[in-house]
Design a protein around this ligand. Structure first.
Ligand SMILES: *Cc1c(COP(=O)(O)O)cnc(C)c1O
Length: 443
């Protein structure tokens, strides 16, 4: 007689018994409803007055001089790349395990992406691997604060400064997070992030760029914000080109997103404080299980703000070799909301090596490199990135400190851990999937 719900045992918690608001995101209040209606009714969806107010408040929250609202995080990131001067023949170093938008648009700038490894202990960019991948062509590094955890900025900044490399922070997974007391996105030369509806700071579709560097801000405007070019460039500088954006892009934020963002700013910190309390309570209940490891920064003043897509370490050896996806399947049968694996390692995608995107008859990633330079060889093997998918699991993303429900989740983890041997009979060859559940919708 099986104990595990996966094989017919009684589940610890049925999906229908989980209160809908436990996972629903973002939390919508009347002020948000009102704010978006106002934009709609004033006929000002494509204006910039509300977006400017939003970017100003967002920058102030970070203690930064300039904030520039964008229509997506992907575009805030390419603005940051262009902002630091990334262009043809330059290399951008990026951790292999991240969402594609951290780096892929560099190819459109004529640059090449060189991947470095991550650390198993915290899933963040490995500073030693970053340094090992530097060449004379390295222009910038994309530091992703991956899955809500801060990257090791002291080490990264020291290496970057030593080699004259610009630092871009991708804060899409960790809005409002801290590294040793400093806000993420304020430590490198420029920060950029997604604010789309699945992320911790959720406003719909949207992104924002933050910097204290006037030249980066000016270039970001010049690339994709035609209607603001005259504000930062002199008459003489605009004369020959007029306000045609150099990127040929239009990155203006939708004002409904900005209006929601202004309301989000008022309540965000209290919401993520509750998430933090809930997640830490959960870990207090399962932290002593051998083979499961909470991933959380140790430095004082560092945190895991929002716990977006949070992952924890899973050691298959501690569970008689049961693979993570199977352990996850058993967990989800007991109580819904766990995830397996993490993002697909980008260094395994041919887009960055051989794909001829524009029909030049040559791989796009090598278009402006000296012919003897092969980005695949520059990247190398990346041992952690290649296997990390099998060594992590994702916690349920609790939005509320509801101990009655979280206690059941704790019970579910203990139950699967104690009965994991039942899983040894499973023959499935199903691969670990790197899917991140982004949206939690009302049914
Ligand atoms: C979501 C995400 C982006 C892209 O943001 P969009 O707003 O979806 O364009 C970039 N980087 C990371 C790490 C992300 O998770």
């Amino acid at each position: 007689m099986s104990k595990l719900a996966l094989y017919g045992g009684t589940p610890v918690l049925n999906a229908k018994d989980v209160p809908e608001e436990m996972f629903h995101w973002p939390i919508v209040n009347d002020a948000m409803r009102q704010a978006q209606l106002e934009v709609l009714e004033t006929g000002n969806m494509s204006g910039t007055d509300i977006s400017r107010k939003f970017e100003k408040q967002f920058a102030e929250w970070h203690g930064m001089k300039y904030g520039l609202a964008h229509n997506t995080g992907t575009n805030a990131l390419i603005s940051a790349m262009y902002g630091v001067g990334l262009g043809p023949g330059d290399e951008l170093i990026c951790p292999s395990v991240t969402y594609w938008a951290s780096c892929t648009s560099a190819l459109g700038l004529g640059a090449t992406v060189v991947f470095c490894d991550i650390l198993e202990k915290d899933l963040q960019l490995d500073p030693a691997s970053f340094e090992a991948h530097i060449t004379p062509r390295t222009k910038a590094v994309m530091v992703v604060h991956y899955m809500a955890h801060p990257a090791d900025m002291d080490a990264i900044m020291a290496i970057a400064r030593k080699h004259g490399i610009k630092v871009i922070e991708d804060v899409s997974h960790a809005q409002g997070g801290h590294y040793k007391g400093k806000m993420l996105g304020t430590i490198g030369d420029v920060g950029a992030m997604s604010l789309m509806s699945g992320k911790s700071f959720a406003i719909g579709e949207g992104g924002i760029l933050l910097t204290n560097d006037l030249e980066i801000y000016r270039r970001a405007i010049r690339f994709g914000h035609y209607d603001r070019i005259r504000e930062v460039y002199s008459k003489e500088e605009v004369a020959a080109t007029n306000t045609v954006p150099f990127g040929g892009q239009k990155f203006r934020m939708h004002q409904v997103s900005a209006a929601i963002g202004l309301e989000q700013l008022k309540k965000y910190e209290s919401e993520i404080a509750e998430i933090d309390r809930a997640m830490k309570y959960f870990w207090k209940g399962i932290g002593d299980i051998k083979g499961l490891r909470m991933i959380y920064p140790e430095d004082p003043g560092s945190d895991k703000s929002g716990w977006y897509a949070s992952r924890f370490g899973y050691d298959p050896e501690a569970f008689s070799g049961v693979p993570n996806y199977l352990f996850c399947k058993a967990l989800c049968a007991e109580a819904p909301g766990f995830f397996s694996g993490c993002n697909f390692p980008l260094h395994k995608s041919e887009v960055f090596y051989t794909t001829d995107i524009f029909g030049h008859g040559r791989p796009t990633a090598r278009l402006y490199l000296p012919p003897e330079v092969d980005p695949r060889q520059l990247t190398g093997e990346l041992p952690v990135s290649s296997v990390i998918n099998q060594r992590v699991l994702g916690e349920p993303w609790f939005k509320h400190f509801d101990t009655q429900i979280i206690d059941r989740y704790i019970e579910a983890v203990h139950k699967v851990a104690e009965n994991h041997r039942e899983l040894l009979a499973e023959k499935t060859e199903e691969a670990a999937q790197g899917n991140i559940a982004l949206t939690h919708r009302k049914k």
